[in-house]
Design a binder for this molecule. Structure first.
Ligand code: GAL
Length: 346
């Protein structure tokens, strides 16, 4: 019955949207209904059009994230259009402009380049479109010129720290060969991105802060990509052999590639090498459960999507954000063999 009612309401919202041309957010605001997200109740517009720009569709984590966004928004009666930036900032900038010209009520943007944030903020500010930036955090202060914009994401330093802790929690604190130092290779995401920078820095810092000596054997950019993760690991294992005790990957896709290379080299995770990632992709959770990955860190796509929609609705309802309020974080969670079952589907 509830479902039928929801469908009828969604149909009515769609009709009212067509009637008002789908571009007048104040008209959408007239038919405000109450919604409860994470226990926070706020008056939100019933339906409306939302343009979503994803930096590239061909990214495992962002695929989970965008599917969740679409599910939540369509479930609430919004008309959603999602576009693929193909990892090309010029293309994404055009897509944003097109959405603005079409008169969308709100935008959710996963920038291609962190460095493009200033330009994006100017565009949406000039058009007066409420906007939520996601996943690629702008530099501090870049959003301050516009009070109808906010960033929803996670504190990348926290995920790095958790990766380091996963190694510290092993029986030999990562020093498998007992030579008094932890020798690692680091496989980075796109280094233009703050997630890659901070995960790299803080994973190693966690070891150093615990008084553990570290040795970086190799650091390469794998651009969040599984195949690159595999190639980089295969090369590093061929070059450094048993010296490699830890493989730090800035995300799980690259860790899955690294796992293939580790197996191909005849090495065994958690026996003669440790492997950690970030995201808690399904494949990584399976690997942690099977003892083929030392651990990962949940990058909570569901919670971030929920929060992004919650903030978008707050903006549509007229809420404004001060510079101090514009960064909204969702926590990362450390995933080990002990708690992995809590994160696995079914
Ligand atoms: C990170 C995520 C990566 C990749 C990247 C894209 O947060 O861990 O897997 O999706 O975002 O910016």
């Amino acid at each position: 019955m509830k479902k039928v009612l929801a469908l009828v309401m969604a149909a009515m919202m769609a009709l009212s949207l067509v009637a008002c041309g789908g571009s007048d957010s104040s008209a959408a605001g007239d038919s405000a209904v109450n919604s409860v997200v994470d226990g926070v109740s706020s008056a939100v517009p019933a339906g409306g059009t939302v343009g979503i720009c994803i930096y590239k569709f061909d990214d495992n984590f962002m695929t989970t994230y965008r599917n969740k966004l679409e599910e939540i928004l369509t479930g609430k009666g919004y008309e959603v259009s999602i576009v693929d930036g193909n990892n090309d900032q010029a293309k994404q900038t055009e897509q944003i402009q097109t959405f603005i010209t079409q008169g969308v009520d709100a935008l959710i943007i996963n920038p291609v380049m962190t460095s493009a944030a200033e330009q994006i903020v100017t565009m949406v500010k000039d058009a007066g479109v409420p906007t939520v930036l996601i996943n690629r955090e702008p530099t501090e202060g870049e959003m301050a010129v516009y009070d109808k914009i906010a960033y929803v994401g996670c504190d990348a330093a926290q995920s790095g720290t958790y990766q380091g802790e996963l190694i510290l929690e092993t029986e030999n604190k990562g020093d498998i060969n007992g030579d008094g130092k932890v020798s690692y290779i680091m496989i980075q995401g796109d280094p233009e991105n703050v997630d890659a920078k901070l995960r790299t820095e803080y994973s190693v810092k966690a070891l150093e802060d615990a008084g553990v000596e570290v040795e970086e054997l190799d650091m390469q950019r794998g651009d969040w990509d599984q195949e690159k993760g595999q190639t980089i690991t295969a090369n590093a294992l061929a070059q450094f052999g048993d010296q490699v005790e830890v493989v730090f990957c800035n995300n799980d896709a690259m860790a899955m590639g690294a796992l293939e290379a580790i197996k191909a080299a005849g090495r065994t995770v958690n026996e003669d090498i440790y492997l950690v990632g970030v995201d808690a992709l399904d494949a990584a959770l399976d690997a942690v459960a099977a003892g083929e990955m030392t651990g990962t860190v949940l990058n909570d796509a569901d919670a971030q999507a929920q929060k992004a929609v919650e903030v978008m609705e707050a903006l549509l309802s007229g809420t404004t954000y001060t510079a101090e309020e514009q960064q909204i974080y969702v926590n990362y969670v450390k995933v080990t063999p002990d708690n992995v079952s809590e994160f696995m589907a079914g």
